[in-house]
Design a protein around this ligand. Sequence first.
Ligand SMILES: Cc1cc2nc3c(=O)[nH]c(=O)nc-3n(C[C@H](O)[C@H](O)[C@H](O)COP(=O)(O)OP(=O)(O)OC[C@H]3O[C@@H](n4cnc5c(N)ncnc54)[C@H](O)[C@@H]3O)c2cc1C
Length: 415
Amino acid sequence: MSKIIIIGGGAAGMMAAGVAAKNCEEVLLIEKTGSLGNKLSITGKGKCNLTNTEPKISTFIEKFGVKGKFLYNCFYKFFNQDLIEFFESKNLPLKEFSGGRIYPASLNARDVVKTLIEFIKNNGVQVKLDERAVKLIISDDKIKYLITNEKKYSCDSIIIAAGGMSYPKTGSTGDGYELAKQAGHTISPLLPSLVPLKTENIPKNLVGLKLKNVKVDVYNKEKEKLASEFGEFSFTDYGLDGSAILELSRNLKNKFTKCNLELKIDLKPVLTEKKLHNRIIREAKKHGKQEYKTLLGKLLPKKMVTIFLRKTNVDPHKKIASITTEDRSELIDLLKNFTVEICRTASIENAIITAGGIKTDQINPRTMESKLVQGLFFAGEVVDIDAATGGYNLQAAFSTGYVAGKSAAGSSSNK
Ligand SMILES: Cc1cc2nc3c(=O)[nH]c(=O)nc-3n(C[C@H](O)[C@H](O)[C@H](O)COP(=O)(O)OP(=O)(O)OC[C@H]3O[C@@H](n4cnc5c(N)ncnc54)[C@H](O)[C@@H]3O)c2cc1C
């Protein structure tokens, strides 16, 4: 008989399985696809930003928004330095990059997956690939059996670590929520987070343009500011993408009706309007004979020049020396407030993370055990927690996996 069954061979499931197997002889990991760590191997653009060095748990938790408080207990038990030690003790050197982001020194996410696979194998976890967990059998509010598409397993504990709903090709298609519902759990609405934004009417010549160090603010029709970010973003054929956009999307989850939001881009965030005026006046003094379109070429990426020429209504051949105060003001206003209408977030399939999930008030934060069914545990993205980019989401998956694995082994060994 397998005593502990883990559903899902991602970051959370592999951590949970390996930790559980240290204290329990029979641990079975069931993964519905043909391989382990599918999503993990594409994280961080294939490099895997596995945690963040932020030393204070309270600051780390702020990255999860208000729901993050649930993670205090798990982080006290297994935090970023524990995770770093975990991988380094298994001969996976790690390296810190800007913003405290930790990656494997090889910058290859597959090395993280390999290390976890070795970890579970060395601890004697049995692995079943291509097998899908379908149904929980619960009796007297205790876990009794798991039914898969192949067989019925009796067990003492089950850890659901089946992930969220994003990037479904990796195997994470929302099964964990259905299994949790069978146990009476409530699922808070599932929404895409850290996701590109969709627009209509992006000018074709902007597609492919990447902007760095810009400020982006989102407003609704009532002119209320809903979100603000600084950083990098790109125009794509479907809309807007890039780190600043992904972060913005976290605050826009419930804000869309149709194309009701405006994104204002400050293309010159470090220059005040006054400084920009002075800059153009200097150009007029030095290169007065040059044309307006040449000035635009100096202030803007090449792909934006035509759009600015169209939007500012100044003759492209006008000499810089002849540019009027009104011309200057119009140009500066556009440089500071280049506006794009945004219509919706891209679908959950394209999101880095699923917001929503198994409600945390039905889970014991000290053990990750269900408050409704004894012997049922949860770990990872399936739980209603999600964070900003920077390694926070994987740390949450590893920490909840660690605690669920340890707690399940503790409760199984008492039986
Ligand atoms: C493109 C991309 C890049 C990312 N980059 C980063 C990053 O750099 N840093 C970071 O912190 N986070 C990143 N994330 C988020 C991170 O990948 C997730 O937070 C993390 O993978 C969640 O781990 P998990 O184990 O909970 O779920 P998953 O990794 O999704 O694993 C769940 C597993 O369960 C299996 N499964 C599902 N249903 C069943 C079933 N019924 N029976 C058996 N098995 C089942 C699935 O096949 C899957 O293998 C990224 C996400 C994406 C999509």
